[in-house]
Design a protein around this ligand. Structure first.
Ligand code: HEC
Length: 129
């Protein structure tokens, strides 16, 4: 079931200097859920498990804590062959998404399937484009 945002997570986030109130973070996660449904769910599925040999599972806390990898994968897609040698089907770039949409998706997937919510600033995304 969906985990709710813990206060501990928020304090950890705030102490890193991100300026987001609890309400703003909740709004971002909610927006991220909708954006994920429209742009990612077709392949990675509603539960994030993907589809074996075709689309990788996103339910991996290490992956969901890796800011750079997430931003780069969403903006530029993946052109490398599948790590497990499965059928080759690459991740298409999602660079048509706005900076806020990408930040929201990352907040949603990390909060839902990772160890803690990962907040990425729109500036960080802009810089990686
Ligand atoms: C058309 C299908 C498709 C869509 C749509 C799609 N992906 Fe992917 N995604 C893939 C495939 C295939 C891979 C594996 C690429 C590879 O490593 O070869 C992948 C890889 C990834 C990875 C890296 C996984 C890892 O273990 O390294 C992340 C993160 C990811 N996708 C997130 C997303 C998000 C978030 C969205 C929506 C914005 C999205 N994807 C939309 C097909 C898709």
């Amino acid at each position: 079931m969906k985990r709710t945002l813990s206060i501990g997570t928020l304090f950890a986030t705030l102490s890193l200097g991100a300026v987001a109130s609890e309400q703003e973070t909740r709004d971002l996660i909610g927006f991220g859920a909708l954006t994920f449904a429209d742009n990612c769910m077709k392949c990675h599925k509603i539960d994030g498990y993907g589809e074996e040999a075709l689309y990788p599972s996103l339910r991996d806390p290490a992956l969901l804590a890796n800011k750079k990898l997430l931003i780069d994968t969403l903006l530029h897609g993946r052109s490398a062959p599948r790590r497990n040698g499965g059928e080759e089907d690459l991740m298409p770039p999602r660079d048509y998404l706005t900076d806020r949409e990408i930040a929201a998706i990352i907040a949603f997937i990390s909060n839902t399937w990772g160890d803690e919510v990962l907040l990425v600033s729109e500036e960080e995304i802009k810089a990686a484009r």
